[in-house]
Design a binder for this molecule. Structure first.
Ligand SMILES: *Cc1c(COP(=O)(O)O)cnc(C)c1O
Length: 449
């Protein structure tokens, strides 16, 4: 591991240990037919050096790779697996659906049950439509907001990610920022021009924007707890200000809870902070590890969706029996184990405090942000409250930390700007082992610089 490794843009380094042989072979092969060798850019280790490990299986809190190495998993498929890998209830539900058919393109009873459960659990949702990904959910939600208000402009926040929707790839945080792209190619300037990016957590910027363009703004879309510039919570009063200002100007407030939904609490960030948005987008946890997304909200707003209203949105595999069964099984476990959130919060707290103390002991500048089981170790003096303060992090130090932790069997997100997740399957031993590993890596980092 060296500082050069972190800047080598993903090419293998001579120091790379031998036991990633099979992963390296597969990655070489993958790059011939898959752009960058990965089916989503966040999976490439571009910003941390070295090659991605190829995963073979997961069980509980652990992953095994193609070379037989085992890791404690702090990605959880980038958020969905709050119950860990292969949770029994979810796996059973999938087996039972397999015996009835995998797709019908017609309504099924399970979808009704799922819709009712979402409306019960997420405070602001009165009506909901299922889709196949978080991207589809946010794309559809802003279309509905535009259809409902008859306005075009969308306000988003610098460093928030809402999927790869054309007009939302402006100042889009994590994946985009990690690659050093401020915007995406292939997006017509006219689309980006419908988006107004504002700094997160600034009430002043929000009020000024609405004073200037208030009557043209269809909606504000926000990650109520940001996960895509690393974990950045809203400051006290900020979500309240979003609610107040949008309502005053007749714009809709959309909480993008694709990451926070069923994660920071059973009812998501809106329950945790007690704010009712007009619309909510969901993904990740809602699919129990299968592809499900959803958007929902006020009945009068959702009544604009076809076939009830004029806003078109459709999906061949939407409400897919396997995906819905997995999601439903996961949500039922969460609903029926109210103690689970407290336990996961406790373990996450101990982990983050332990790593923070290890950094202090080693004399490494670190700021930690955490909301429940979502957290980030920023190599930064802090505080981290928005994109600018997050971007001041030392990404070379982060890369060293990431590589060292991986070698010691801890699989963290391969970007400073992605939140890490803990699941209900993580044990106290997992947490203690991770703190121990962090102590070693941080001491090595301190002695190197
Ligand atoms: C992951 C994510 C998305 C995109 O979801 P996909 O299923 O990857 O399309 C949208 N919004 C937020 C907040 C996310 O974290």
């Amino acid at each position: 591991m060296s500082e050069e490794a972190s800047q080598s843009n993903g090419s293998a380094t001579s120091q790379e240990p031998a036991h990633h042989t099979r992963s390296r072979e597969l990655f070489e092969q993958a790059q011939e037919t898959i752009p960058g060798g990965v089916n989503s850019p966040a999976r490439a280790f571009r910003s941390v050096g070295g090659d991605p490990v190829f995963i073979e299986s997961g069980l509980g809190s652990h992953l095994s790779d193609a070379d037989g190495n085992s890791y404690i998993d702090y990605i959880g498929s980038w958020g969905p697996l709050i119950l860990g890998h292969r949770r029994e209830e979810v796996t059973k539900a999938l087996y039972s659906v397999l015996e009835t058919g995998t797709s019908f393109g017609a309504p099924t009873e399970r979808e009704v049950e799922m819709a009712e459960l979402i409306c019960e659990l997420v405070p602001s949702i009165e009506m909901v439509r299922l889709v196949n990904s978080g991207t589809e959910a946010t794309m559809s939600a802003i279309r509905v907001a535009r259809g409902f208000t008859g306005r075009d402009l969308v306000v988003k926040f610098v460093g928030c990610y809402h999927g790869h929707v054309d007009s939302l790839l402006v100042k889009a945080g994590s994946g985009v920022a990690t690659l050093g792209l401020s915007d995406s190619g292939g997006v017509p300037a006219a689309f980006s021009a419908t988006t107004i990016p504002l700094p997160f957590n600034s009430v002043e910027a929000l009020e000024e924007c609405f004073a200037n363009h208030g009557d043209k703004i269809a909606c504000v879309i926000v990650e109520p707890v940001v996960g895509n510039m690393g974990c950045v919570p809203p400051q006290p009063g900020y979500l309240e200000a979003l609610r107040e200002v949008t309502a005053k100007h007749g714009a809709l407030l959309i909480f993008d809870e694709v990451m926070t939904g069923f994660r920071v609490s059973l009812g998501g960030a809106q329950e945790l902070y007690g704010i009712k948005p007009d619309m909510t987008t969901l993904g990740k946890v809602i699919g129990g590890g299968l592809p499900v997304g959803a958007y929902g909200g006020r009945k009068d707003v959702m009544s604009k969706v076809a076939p009830l209203g004029p806003v078109y949105q459709a999906g061949t595999l939407s409400g897919n029996p396997l995906a819905v069964a997995a999601g439903l099984a996961a949500l039922k476990v969460l609903k029926n184990s109210p103690e689970l959130y407290e336990q996961v919060d406790g373990k996450s707290g101990r982990l983050v405090e332990g790593v923070k103390k290890a950094a202090a002991d080693a004399g490494v500048a670190m700021t930690t942000n955490r909301v429940g089981s979502m957290f980030t170790f920023f190599f930064n003096d802090g505080p981290v409250t928005d994109w600018d303060s997050s971007a001041r992090s030392d990404t070379e130090r982060f890369a060293f930390f990431f590589r060292g932790m991986l070698e010691l069997g801890c699989y963290l997100p391969c970007s400073q700007y992605e939140a890490a997740f803990l699941s209900a399957a993580h044990t106290d031993e997992d947490v203690a082992g991770t703190i121990d590993a962090a102590g070693k890596v941080l001491a090595a980092l301190a002695s190197k610089t």
